[in-house]
Design a protein around this ligand. Structure first.
Ligand code: APR
Length: 239
């Protein structure tokens, strides 16, 4: 994409690579989470039903690490770009696969967490959701229905339906630029967003440490650490 991009309605999808430089592990890189743990024993409803203590301990550790981490330049650049676009009549829709709250702590005002959030729990009895920033024990009670033993992390596990898909599709369809940052492009439906954008003539760009699994579908790819590629791209776009 050599000529200056003049996009005003931008859809950004972020993945674990955006939080990597904040010290939070990715999933499929060398030494990644799924290289060290079997997701089928930790990130499925069946695993939770079979061994809730182990699953809760796994997510307690990830929650503590996420809350101890600090946003990096990529998170701050996206918050800055959204404010600049809003000030000039445009918009940046931020959809993340990440379950940390680093985008929010960097100042992003609206973040759509399609895979849920570490800082929220959900009651399997009454369905109520609640913020929960501490550890979660098997016997904890739901604040809404007061039942014990029904709270789970509000995370979308393998085999479950991601959140906010209708809104995500509507916003993507109404965009003039789709940017994927720090994602391997291997997990659907997020991995299919680029093909959806291409079919609609929406410009596409990937910002990743190394070419992602669906890199060939992007009109432009920029490789490098998100803490450099994301500020470089969005600061130039919204200058
Ligand atoms: N800067 C930019 N990109 C990076 C960096 C970095 N510093 N470090 C790693 N990456 C890239 C990797 O090259 C890889 O392509 O980030 C991507 C991370 O890929 P994954 O580990 O597969 O993470 P992600 O794409 O977010 O996974 C999607 O899979 O298990 C599920 O629910 C989980 O949301 C997650 C989903």
């Amino acid at each position: 994409m050599t000529e200056r991009i003049t996009a005003r309605r931008i859809f950004v999808l972020t993945g674990a690579g955006v939080s990597a430089e904040s010290g939070l592990g990715t999933f499929r890189d060398r030494g990644g989470l799924w290289a060290r743990f079997d997701p089928m024993t930790l990130a499925t409803p069946e695993a939770f039903a079979r061994d809730p203590e182990t699953v809760l301990a796994f997510y307690d550790a990830r929650r503590r690490a996420a809350l101890a981490a600090r946003p990096n330049a990529a998170h701050h650049a996206l918050a800055r770009a959204a404010d600049r676009l809003a000030a000039s009549g445009g918009r940046l829709f931020l959809c993340t696969q990440n379950v940390d709250d680093l985008h929010e702590r960097a100042g992003s005002r609206e973040v759509v967490h399609m895979h849920g959030e570490l800082t929220r729990v959900r009651c399997t009895a009454c369905g109520a959701g609640a913020e929960h920033r501490g550890d979660l024990a098997v016997g904890d009670r739901c604040a809404a229905c007061n039942r014990a033993g029904c709270l789970r992390p509000d995370i979308v596990w393998f085999g479950e339906v991601p959140k906010h898909l209708d809104r995500i599709e509507a916003m993507l369809a109404d965009s003039d630029l789709f940017v994927a940052a720090g994602t391997s492009g291997t997990v659907h439906p997020a991995a299919g967003f680029v093909a959806y954008a291409r079919r609609r003539g929406i410009r596409t760009c990937a910002l990743n440490l190394e070419p992602s699994g669906n890199a060939d579908l992007f009109e432009e790819t920029r490789t490098g650490p998100a803490s450099r590629t994301v500020p470089d791209f969005f600061d130039a776009l919204t200058a």
